[in-house]
Design a binder for this molecule. Structure first.
Ligand SMILES: Cc1ncc(COP(=O)(O)O)c(C=O)c1O
Length: 364
């Protein structure tokens, strides 16, 4: 996939033409009065969005539609696919703002079934459902759901499966290959990868779903700007290298953390000791840069974060710099104090290892 990433920045070859693709900013287009060609307008689609969709579609293995944020991609999926009177099933550990949209849909007559235990409850909950939305690995606790098995149950019941793939990106996991019908991704994270872009996308294989979502975007005006599309597409050029380094850093940190007495509840899908490892190793391409664990309390965690020179406390994940979140301070999630999500960046592995060892010792 690195080849796809590297070559999707190349413009269509033209004699003495530019090598790389550039954004095209015009939102209005000349019209030939004698021509019957359809009118074009920037909200309905533009070249920079088309070009980015080509790259994302190649990576996800389907037809991609870009949106101006991950939430915009998720709300377009939920609102265009599920109507009043129909059933939407969501896991309790999907992104909290996704669950807020589900709450709003409930107020508008959609029957919402929330799964607190996907394995146990999905077989019954999927009965009569239109759409099931899952996330794996989940943000921030890194739980794993068996996407192949879920797709089988969902399809047997005649429903559609949507998977939020933001924590993995297509370089970590390709949900459409595992049987999902829809994959949604926040590209502000790993795909954008530089913490300077808000963008999202949906990928499907069914052309009818593609045109449904495209019509939704057209009408609701949720297309990203040409500049943002170009920035994302430019970032894709280095996507595989970034994810490989982030995975290498997460591998090295997991090895250290697994040996420390003060660290508990360590989660990283690429680690053999992870409770979800058996499933993750069957469905993921690589473990990625996100891991979660617990230190003994808030003060201990804060000492660790203050002592680290390379891990910055900050929202979001998937960027070049390693970042951390004190998860227990989030109002919508119930975990004991001391829980932290670390997004490994692209620092030199030995530097990050040295920094984390120093910070762990300093926090004791
Ligand atoms: C798993 C997941 N899904 C969706 C979103 C929302 O994406 P965005 O912030 O691009 O709207 C996020 C953002 O943190 C996320 O982590």
């Amino acid at each position: 996939m690195g080849t796809v990433c590297a070559h999707y920045t190349t413009a269509v070859p033209a004699e003495a033409g530019p090598l790389v693709h550039s954004p095209s900013f015009s939102t209005a287009y000349h019209q030939d009065l004698d021509d019957v060609a359809p009118t074009r307008y920037g909200r309905w689609g533009h070249e920079s969005a088309d070009f980015l969709e080509g790259a994302l579609g190649a990576l996800d293995g389907g037809l991609s539609i870009v949106f101006n944020s991950g939430m915009s991609a998720i709300s377009a999926t939920l609102l265009s696919l599920v109507r009043s009177g129909e059933v939407l099933v969501v896991a309790h550990d999907t992104y909290y703002e996704t669950r807020q949209i589900a709450d709003q849909l409930r107020e508008r007559g959609v029957c919402i079934r929330v799964l607190t235990d996907v394995v146990r409850q999905l077989p019954e909950a999927v009965d009569g459902a239109r759409l099931v939305l899952l996330e794996s690995p989940t943000n921030p606790l890194m739980s794993i759901h068996d996407l192949r098995e879920c797709a089988r149950l969902v399809h047997d019941a005649g429903a559609l499966l949507a998977v939020d793939n933001s924590v993995s990106s297509p370089l970590g996991q390709r949900p459409l290959d595992l049987g999902a019908d829809v994959v949604v991704t926040s590209d502000a994270k790993i795909v954008g990868g530089h913490n300077d872009l808000i963008l999202g996308h949906v990928t499907v294989r069914d052309p009818e779903l593609d045109s449904l979502l495209r019509d939704w975007r057209h009408l609701h005006g949720s297309i990203p700007s040409a500049f943002d599309c170009w920035l994302a597409q430019r970032s894709i050029g280095s996507l595989e290298m970034r994810v490989e380094r982030q995975t290498a850093n997460a591998t090295a940190l997991t090895e250290i953390l697994a040996r420390r007495d003060e660290v508990t509840d360590l989660r990283w899908p690429g680690w053999t000791g992870d409770p979800g490892y058996a499933i993750a190793s069957r469905q993921m391409i690589r473990g990625g840069g996100l891991l979660a664990f617990r230190l003994p309390g808030r003060e201990h965690l804060h000492r660790f974060l203050r002592a680290s020179r390379l891990i910055t406390p900050a929202t979001s994940y998937g960027g070049l710099q390693s970042m951390a979140n004190d998860i227990a301070t989030w109002p919508h999630i119930k975990v004991p104090p001391g829980y932290v999500r670390i997004s490994c960046g692209c620092e030199t592995t030995a530097d990050l290892v040295q920094d984390v060892l120093h910070a762990l010792d300093a926090a004791l």
